[in-house]
Design a binder for this molecule. Structure first.
Ligand code: KIV
Length: 273
């Protein structure tokens, strides 16, 4: 059982995450896409809540993250922000809202900040989106980078396999991480890369490195909440730990409700006015 007391801890800020890295305190991050889940995730003491574009898969049933729109991301983010008291809330800029056009990138980031009340944005990529990152940062909007497996580029990669196993790609990733650090991002997500490479990046950059499938020698971890709660039953990659089997629990509970309604066991006399 968690010993977390929500009244005892102040709001998490980007500088607080940096202090955590400096003193070696690991940063616990999860996703949320709606008010109810955000209250639960925040209440558990999670430091950073990401309104990830994985909402495209998890909430909208798409096969990839590409179809989700900025309007949809903002709607999900609004609910999350209303449910959060302590965690830092960061929102993914979706595919097509920042690549190749830094003015569009800034306009997208401003919409997220103004319309959802979130505290930062995350964008995928390195040198190729440098101008977009610079422009968003110049407007005073905190940016989280994302390197390694970047799902918005799935059509370029062709698979969701481990990235940067070859030296050339690993070198590129290290250079991109250094560049993000120098530009002033507040954190970098590393997805599905060899642990030794992730550890090297975490040692070399000044900002927190948050891993997903990137081993334990990084500054924090992030998972998709529905995945770690076992709600997405067919999905169990090597990096994922199930902390519950909520998929089974929910289906079982709903089945019992169906039985009770059919047999008129529900509602009982005590559940009637
Ligand atoms: O969209 C998302 O949920 C993410 C995390 C998996 C890092 O980007």
């Amino acid at each position: 059982m968690s010993t977390y007391n929500e009244n005892a801890k102040p709001k998490v800020t980007t500088s607080r995450l940096l202090e955590m890295k400096r003193r070696g305190e690991k940063i616990a991050c999860l996703t949320a896409y709606d008010y109810t889940m955000a209250t639960l995730v925040d209440g558990a003491g999670i430091d950073l809540i990401l309104v990830g574009d994985s909402a495209s898969n998890v909430m909208l049933g798409n096969a990839t993250t590409l179809p989700i729109t900025l309007d949809e991301m903002i709607m999900f983010a609004r609910g999350v922000v209303r449910g959060v008291k302590r965690a830092l809330v960061v929102v993914d800029l979706p595919f097509g809202t920042y690549q190749g056009n830094s003015k569009l990138a800034l306009a997208s980031a401003i919409r997220v900040m103004k319309e959802s009340g979130a505290e930062g944005v995350k964008i995928e990529g390195g040198a190729e989106i440098r101008e977009s990152i610079e422009r968003i940062l110049a407007a005073g909007i905190p940016v989280c980078g994302h390197l390694g497996l970047t799902p918005q580029s799935i059509n370029k990669f062709g698979t969701y396999g481990v990235r940067a196993k070859e030296e050339a790609e690993a070198e590129r990733l290290i250079n991109d991480a250094r560049m993000l650090d120098e530009l002033g991002v507040f954190a970098i997500v590393l997805e599905k890369i060899p642990s030794a490479l992730a550890a090297r990046v975490a040692r070399e950059v000044s900002v927190p490195v948050i891993g997903i499938g990137a081993g334990h020698d990084v500054d924090g971890q992030i998972l998709v909440t529905q995945d770690m709660l076992g709600m997405n039953r067919g999905f169990k990659p090597k990096f994922l730990r199930h902390y519950a089997e909520l998929g089974e629990l929910i289906t079982d509970s709903l089945g019992r409700y169906v039985d009770d309604v059919k047999s008129v066991d529900f509602p009982s006399d005590t559940e009637c006015y």
